[in-house]
Design a protein around this ligand. Structure first.
Ligand SMILES: [Zn+2]
Length: 318
């Protein structure tokens, strides 16, 4: 997802956060590293920032270090057809040795348009060990004018040898309030809907936009609300029926299942905050929120969907 890709004729403004300031400092000082590691949660804007940084480095007429958005280089970079910008993404589950060999072959060539070339690796944590080893030497001693940008949501999965050769650029969630106002302004959501989806996204704008634009979101949310509404009356027999229903609906769509559990946890947390909670019920709702969050965490660790649902519904029924 590259939610905020630049279009031709429009320069991307620098991000105001730590990542943006680190990159702006590098551009203004002209001290461009050989390799950068952009890391942070999914949907936080790493790929969009990596493309913008590549455009800054390749621009023919930069202003204050930033790309002009209008020159031939910027237009080519925005259209992902710049000859000196090479982007490698996982082929299936992994970034394979053949992909890295092809990329390294291009590293040895001279830049086509200007003085600099940028090699962008998306989901770099999916490099196979062989591919990572092949990349190491080039990361350490690239030809002049070469910059690598590795992008990852899971830095811990990268070999320490790769991490240590890159300048670290941490991307953090924008924050609930910032994402909420972005959803109101750009997606036209109501304040309460915007706030809910901003919380659901963990403050990551890309994920929040994904939820806002997904036609399934409303249906999943009303399922979540129904599940939470039913909790007070949930018997063990009924719990098994609901588990079956949910497995039938979302058993083959892990992402929807994760969204369902995350939304249920948020809905339950709203009940905890709201007036629905009568004296003495706060403990019950706290336990419910914790149980749902535990199930969601299990799902993320790849626990079997059926087991997660049985655990969730039976714990809630007791
Ligand atoms: Zn330009």
């Amino acid at each position: 997802l590259n939610g905020s890709d630049s279009v031709a004729g429009e320069a991307v403004p620098p991000r105001p956060d730590l990542a943006g300031r680190l990159l702006t400092t590098a551009l203004l000082s002209g001290q461009i590293g050989q390799a950068y590691l952009f890391h942070g949660p999914r949907g936080v804007g790493k790929m969009a920032a990596a493309r913008a940084f590549a455009a800054d480095l390749l621009c023919g007429a930069p202003r204050d270090g930033r790309s002009c958005g209008a020159c031939a280089s910027c237009r080519a970079a925005a259209g992902a057809r710049h000859p000196d910008l090479v982007i490698a993404s996982p082929d299936g589950m992994t970034l394979k040795i053949d992909q890295i060999r092809e990329l390294l072959r291009r590293v040895t060539l001279r830049p086509v348009a200007g003085e600099r070339r940028v090699f962008l690796l998306e989901d770099a944590d999916r490099l196979t060990l062989e591919a990572a080893n092949a990349l190491l030497k080039s990361l350490e001693e690239p030809p002049p004018g070469t910059t690598f940008i590795l992008v990852t949501t899971n830095r811990d999965a990268l070999p320490a040898t790769i991490i240590s050769r890159c300048a670290q650029i941490p991307f953090r969630p924008l924050g609930i309030e910032a994402v909420s106002s972005l959803l109101r302004e750009e997606e036209g959501l109501s304040p309460s809907e915007a706030l809910f989806l901003a919380r659901l996204s963990g403050g990551c704008p890309g994920r929040a936009r994904e939820y806002a634009r997904d036609p399934e979101t409303a249906a999943v949310r009303s399922r979540a609300a129904a599940l939470v509404d039913a909790m007070d009356e949930l018997t063990l027999d009924r719990a098994l029926v609901v588990a079956d229903e949910l497995e039938r609906l979302y058993g083959r769509n892990r992402q929807a299942m994760e969204a369902l559990l995350d939304m249920s946890a948020l809905e339950a947390a709203e009940r905890l905050r709201g007036s629905v909670v009568r004296t003495g019920q706060a403990g019950t709702w706290l336990r419910r929120v914790a149980t749902i969050e535990e199930s969601a965490a299990g799902l993320r660790r790849n626990v079997n969907v059926r087991l997660c649902l049985d655990f969730l519904l039976m714990s809630l029924a007791q």
